[in-house]
Design a protein around this ligand. Structure first.
Ligand SMILES: NC(=O)c1ccc[n+]([C@@H]2O[C@H](COP(=O)([O-])OP(=O)(O)OC[C@H]3O[C@@H](n4cnc5c(N)ncnc54)[C@H](OP(=O)(O)O)[C@@H]3O)[C@@H](O)[C@H]2O)c1
Length: 290
């Protein structure tokens, strides 16, 4: 049986759907029933149920967006920096291997090579580099807390998208925002992310950090062009003239835009679909929210 923390969230729902589809037994824990932010409560639950693996899809992302993390700093630190350490300790004591949903938002820019940042590159959008949003800083701290811990996967998710209309889906966001920021990013197809991360466990690949993004990079304008060509949305998309205009009008804190190299994941046999193909496929299969 697999334990799922944060199963009530956007990413957690995708885990629940995947595990159900595959017939993999799991238990989704909510803080309201088992306060898994308490080390003793989590350890007691692990020792009672003895799951073979745990997925931590819990964290604080800020609503309606990461700007909220600038206001709710304690909640953000608790969810993203402290909780991973609590889970690590409880899992280590109970002997349960686990995986942590981290984020690529601890990087900024194209990276030191054409394929982007590798897992071995030091994050450059964190409190250490003093240039980041509070959210990115907290996610960077979460990875630092886990550094060198045994029996844990750190999976970096980056701008999730999928074929189902949802305010959290990157494709929906692009269709709904009145003005867009042109940027180049690596992004993660949510269902493929979930499948690859569970694959890390079922195929017993080496523990450690993995960039779980669709191979390649994509610009906002390229995604908009794919949206228009798909016929899912035909509106006239408009763009900010510059990042400075975006920061001056639509955002309160800097956003990470970055390119990530996913070759380590491919090297363990867990390749995602090339990014342009994955976006095109999801738009072709587009489903309105129920
Ligand atoms: N969505 C994205 O764009 C994105 C991108 C990259 C990485 N991530 C990471 O993926 C993880 C899940 O994100 P999500 O988008 O699914 O978030 P979400 O929809 O807000 O759900 C997160 C869940 O975490 C649990 N939780 C535990 N401690 C929390 C806290 N202090 N504050 C708020 N919620 C807390 C809550 O479940 P219960 O209270 O029911 O237990 C909540 O439903 C996070 O670690 C996030 O940083 C997300």
């Amino acid at each position: 049986m697999i334990y799922l923390l944060g199963g009530s969230g956007y990413v957690g729902h995708a885990y629940q759907a995947f595990l159900k589809r595959k017939g993999l037994p799991f238990r989704s824990l909510r803080r309201s029933e088992v306060d898994y932010t308490s080390p003793s409560a989590l350890r007691a639950a692990l020792e009672r149920d003895r799951p073979e693996f745990l997925v931590n899809a819990a964290g604080y992302t800020g609503k309606p967006n990461v700007d909220a993390c600038e206001l709710h700093k304690a909640e953000c630190l608790l969810g993203n920096a402290v909780l991973p350490g609590i889970v690590a300790q409880a899992c280590e004591e109970a002997g349960v291997p686990w995986g942590h949903v981290s984020s690529g938002c601890i990087y900024s820019g194209g990276g030191p090579r054409p394929t982007g940042f590798k897992e071995t590159d030091a994050p450059n959008f964190t409190f250490r580099t003093d240039n980041c949003s509070f959210y990115s800083g907290s996610k960077g701290l979460g990875e630092e807390v886990l550094s060198g811990k045994p029996g844990v996967f750190i999976w970096r998710l980056r701008i999730p998208f999928e074929s189902v209309d949802n305010p959290r889906n990157y494709l929906t966001k692009l269709m709904r925002y009145s003005t867009l920021l042109e940027a180049t990013n690596s992004i993660s197809e949510l269902d493929e992310f979930v499948e690859a991360t569970i694959g890390c466990w079922t195929r017993r690949v080496p523990f450690g950090t993995y960039n779980v993004t669709n191979p390649g990079k994509v610009t906002t304008r390229e995604v908009v062009e794919l949206i228009r060509r798909s016929g899912v949305c035909n509106k006239e998309f408009s763009f900010f003239a510059s990042e400075a205009e975006f920061m001056g009008t639509a955002a309160k804190t800097p956003r990470s835009n970055c390119v990530m190299d996913s070759s380590k994941l491919a090297g363990v046999g867990l390749s995602l679909t090339p990014v342009h193909d994955a976006v095109e496929r999801d738009l072709k299969a587009w489903k309105k929210a129920a």
